[in-house]
Design a protein around this ligand. Structure first.
Ligand code: FE2
Length: 263
């Protein structure tokens, strides 16, 4: 199942001027360009957070099936927005076929996690808020995200500007600040945003406020589905988005079903 799922994504053809997204749960996405570049963002492909939850008296037993096992993940670039375990999961990273993944990208402590999980330093690129990197046919912009606690004070979001194609913004975990509005300058077409409210992340109405500042054409909620004790109803985001920015289309994704956006 896992191998077939990965193969079908690897074989999927993306039309010129388009981008294809597959949701893996929480903030985990696969993103593919017309030239066939495939990247992962915040792929959480184990149940390692359960132990963390147990130690805190919280239920972090994953609710979303593991559609792709870490050993099957085949991507050109492995991206993380920050070091929290549901984003840069050590167990996922250790179990990857690292020799077949050419590039790992993340800020500060996420890059430290790559190193401590055995990724060769020569494959790791760091990025910072306001910085950019060229990764294959994608210009990757690091965007500001307000850390949600002091365990990692270097969170990022990303805008992926695909050559001759759309721009996709993924918020990372972030608390609310007007500074998130700076992403408007990068003119993303698609916004993927946390909206769960738990652990200082944007809640549904804050996410709608940020969307209203950034003005994407489509807004996709995430990070509300994985853990029983950090769950939220995305319909509340849909409702507030409609109220605050009715011109933005709400789009809820199904797991591992391609969503194609054409610019
Ligand atoms: Fe998170």
């Amino acid at each position: 199942m896992s191998r077939e799922c990965m193969e079908s994504i690897r074989n999927y053809k993306v039309d010129h001027g388009s981008v294809a997204l597959w949701w893996l749960g929480q903030m985990g996405y696969l993103i593919k360009t017309p030239r066939g570049t495939l990247i992962s963002v915040d792929a959480y492909l184990t149940n390692s957070c359960k132990k963390v939850g147990d130690s805190m008296g919280m239920n972090f037993d994953r609710k979303v099936p593991i559609y792709i096992e870490p050993e099957e993940l085949s991507v050109d670039h492995f991206l993380c927005t920050h070091s929290h375990q549901d984003h840069a999961d050590p167990e996922t990273i250790k179990r990857l076929r690292q020799q077949e993944i050419p590039s790992f990208v993340g800020p500060g402590m996420a890059a430290d996690s790559f190193v401590s999980c055995g990724v060769k330093g020569s494959k790791i690129q760091q990025i910072f808020s306001g910085g950019k990197l060229q990764i294959s046919d994608i210009t990757l912009h690091g965007t500001f995200a307000l850390p949600t606690d002091d365990s990692d004070v270097n969170h990022l979001g990303y805008v992926l500007a695909i050559e001759n194609g759309p721009r996709v913004y993924i918020s990372g975990d972030t608390d609310y600040t007007n500074l998130l509005g700076h992403v408007a300058k990068l003119e993303p077409d698609v916004m993927i945003t946390c909206m769960n409210g738990g652990f200082n992340n944007l809640n549904h109405w804050e996410a709608a406020e940020v969307a209203a500042m950034i003005k994407p054409r489509v807004a996709i909620p995430c990070h509300y589905d994985m853990f029983p004790d950090n769950a939220a109803d995305p319909q509340q985001f849909r409702a507030f988005l409609h109220l605050r920015a009715p011109q933005i289309k709400y789009q809820q994704l199904e797991y591992v079903k391609p969503f194609v956006f054409k610019s």
